[in-house]
Design a binder for this molecule. Structure first.
Ligand code: GH3
Ligand code: MG
Ligand code: MG
Ligand code: MG
Length: 301
């Protein structure tokens, strides 16, 4: 819903005049949204977690600003949005409380608009840099899919979530066949290109929201399929294998085909702890080893 180039500012204040003064001062540089209660603020942010900053009043009927701040900071989806309190409460203890709840800044009313603008600008610039860093640290540089770090974090998060349900978790480990020979024969540059193409093909298969495809290591990929049983995971594994075969990347040194192929190991189970999810990953890896032993270019469950 937002124009990517114009940062978005949510103003939360039960007093329309206050909100209007802030909005008028900021509207040339930002997209401004205004809500007039803590409750509406929580609903709005939940629906729009990509907001760049929140200017938050403290004294409001229903949910006050402190409560809004602590709820947003304790939710992973909204914790990274900078919150600046803008409040008539001007005791040092009020400010201390606000900052301790995770707000980046505290501005007392009456404020100097120019200073509010300068602070908003600085906080948004930092926020965008943090977002970029977070994104970079979770992506593989070559293939632009998730990296090992994101895979590990997602596996832990998904297992904590699935532990509370009876839904199964499926994992797939994949590995390119005879890739050492590919590199040796075609060179490292074409090897890199091959990895990029394979990642792209896999990506076109793993489309369901909640699923995750990652580059796990050199020429190894891994997939997390929450709430997917064995039969479902096998269909996905077959789809992944076929997506790479369809690329028809010439591989003269492969012993199983004239083009690049992959092998996969699949594991599925309900899980009751993070340890069990890690165990499930080991099972997928064992299955992958079996697929290699049985002749490659196939999956084993
Ligand atoms: P198998 O069929 O049993 O999987 O054998 P393999 O040759 O594919 O596997 P092996 O583990 O012996 O070799 C993996 C190769 O992958 C060796 C390594 O140089 C290459 N590789 C790993 N990461 C990269 C990368 O980022 N770029 C390129 N070009 N090659 C890579
Ligand atoms: Mg108020
Ligand atoms: Mg390997
Ligand atoms: Mg390999």
């Amino acid at each position: 819903m937002f124009d990517e180039n114009k940062p978005s500012v949510l103003i939360v204040d039960d007093e329309p005049t206050n909100a209007k003064i802030l909005a008028n001062g900021l509207k040339d540089d930002y997209q401004i949204m205004i809500v007039n209660s803590g409750k509406k603020a929580l609903e709005f942010v939940k629906a729009n977690p990509k907001l760049d900053i929140i200017l938050l009043d403290i004294m409001m009927p229903d949910v006050d600003g402190y409560e809004v701040c602590s709820r947003l900071k304790s939710d992973e989806a909204t914790a990274a949005i900078p919150i600046v309190f803008v409040s008539a409460l001007n005791q040092a203890t009020d400010e201390e409380k606000g900052l301790n709840l995770g707000a980046v800044d505290y501005i007392s009313k009456p404020f100097h608009l120019a200073i509010v603008k300068a602070r908003v600008k600085n906080h948004i610039s930092l926020k965008r840099k943090n977002d970029l860093l977070a994104e970079m640290s979770h992506l593989d540089v070559l293939t632009h899919i998730a990296n090992r770090r994101q895979f590990d974090e997602t596996l832990v998060r998904e297992s904590l979530r699935l532990m509370r349900s009876s839904a199964p978790l499926s994992l797939i480990m994949l590995d390119i066949d005879f890739f050492k020979q590919f590199n040796d024969f075609y060179g490292h540059g074409l090897g890199d290109l091959c990895l990029e193409k394979v990642a792209k093909a896999f990506n076109s298969v793993i489309k369901r929201p909640g699923d995750l495809l990652a580059r796990y290591g050199g020429e190894e990929f891994a997939v997390i399929l929450p709430e997917t049983d064995k039969a479902g995971a096998e269909v996905v594994a077959q789809g992944l294998i076929e997506s790479v075969a369809a690329l028809q990347i010439k591989h003269e040194r492969s012993e199983v085909a004239s083009y690049v192929t992959v092998s996969a190991g699949v594991s599925s189970d309900t899980i009751e702890s993070v340890d069990e999810a890690l165990e499930l990953l080991k099972r997928a890896d064992v299955a992958l080893y079996q697929a290699k032993k049985q002749g490659k270019n196939r999956f084993v469950t």
